[in-house]
Design a protein around this ligand. Structure first.
Ligand SMILES: NC(=O)c1ccc[n+]([C@@H]2O[C@H](COP(=O)([O-])OP(=O)(O)OC[C@H]3O[C@@H](n4cnc5c(N)ncnc54)[C@H](O)[C@@H]3O)[C@@H](O)[C@H]2O)c1
Length: 256
């Protein structure tokens, strides 16, 4: 299937690592024009250089509304429009809920929910003027169901899902699509660093996933390309779990 993403203008946050990096490579390979954003300047520059094509690196902290607005302004200045706003940056900081400080609560909500609203707030006016636009946001299995130690992250990610549904229903008849990608356990540097603290961690975790392995950034990137393309023009307001059926399984006791 030709997804016709050539010259589509994409803003992608969290582009220097993991899922974002895989998506950066995938959109660049399709010939999209990309504003690649990350808080981490050095790996971002390296990623953009390696991706080649029409990709511009812009260091930005997505918890700062003005810096997210600047991404949209840059896209319009350089490429004349915004076709895809991909709010991907985020992160989990597992903490038992009773130990969660108010300060960290605010930090986690800012990174995982406020950032997505800033992306919507900045991109929507341009997209409405264009009469079309696609917003993609990354949630988590922890936004679909509860995970011990991730209450605040999960609440933020659940908020992302509802925000995307709201945008889809409020602006669907004006050419806007807003969908959410829900990764399962993806083999990114952050997850692997944590799993490596357990004996045989990555392989053991992989075996517990119904599809029998950890996911990869590329698993997400292929779905993101499709959702961003016109092939998905009637797909709006959905959450797509890309998790090897993890979301589908009811937890049962592991008795042996
Ligand atoms: N890896 C997984 O298993 C998994 C599972 C579910 C959801 N997710 C979600 O997927 C998204 C990407 O995660 P990942 O695993 O690729 O993580 P990652 O840590 O590999 O990459 C995240 C990127 O976001 C950047 N970033 C962090 N804070 C930022 C900020 N304030 N402003 C701009 N950029 C910032 C980081 O520098 C990094 O390059 C996140 O939203 C995460 O919550 C990941």
């Amino acid at each position: 299937m030709n997804l016709s993403l050539e010259n589509r203008v994409v803003i992608l946050t969290g582009a220097a690592s993991g899922i974002g990096l895989a998506c950066l490579k995938a959109f660049a390979a399709e010939g999209s024009a990309i504003i690649a954003a990350d808080i981490n300047a050095e790996p971002l520059e390296a990623a953009v250089k390696a991706a080649g094509g029409k990709v511009i690196a812009q260091t930005a902290d997505v918890t700062d509304a003005a810096q997210v607005q600047a991404l949209v302004t840059r896209a319009v200045k350089e490429f004349g429009r915004v076709d895809v706003m991909f709010n991907n940056a985020g992160g989990a900081f597992p903490t038992p809920t009773e130990q969660q400080s108010i300060e960290d609560y605010k930090r986690i909500i800012a990174l995982n929910l406020d950032s997505v609203f800033y992306g919507v707030h900045a991109a929507l006016p341009v997209m409405l003027k264009q009469g079309r636009g696609c917003i993609l946001s990354t949630t988590s299995g922890a936004g679909l169901n509860a995970v011990d130690g991730l209450a605040v992250y999960g609440a933020a990610k659940a908020g992302v899902i509802n925000l995307m549904k709201s945008v889809a229903t409020e602006f669907g008849n004006r050419g806007i699509r807003a969908n959410t990608i829900s990764p399962g356990a993806m083999d990114t540097p952050a997850l692997r660093a944590w799993l490596n603290t357990f004996p045989d961690g990555p392989a053991r975790y992989g075996r517990q996933i119904p599809s029998g392995r950890l996911g990869t950034g590329e698993d997400i990137a292929r779905a993101a390309l499709f959702l961003a393309s016109d092939a998905a023009e009637y797909i709006n307001g959905v959450v797509v779990p890309i998790d090897g059926a993890t979301h589908a399984r009811l937890a049962s006791p592991q008795l042996n």
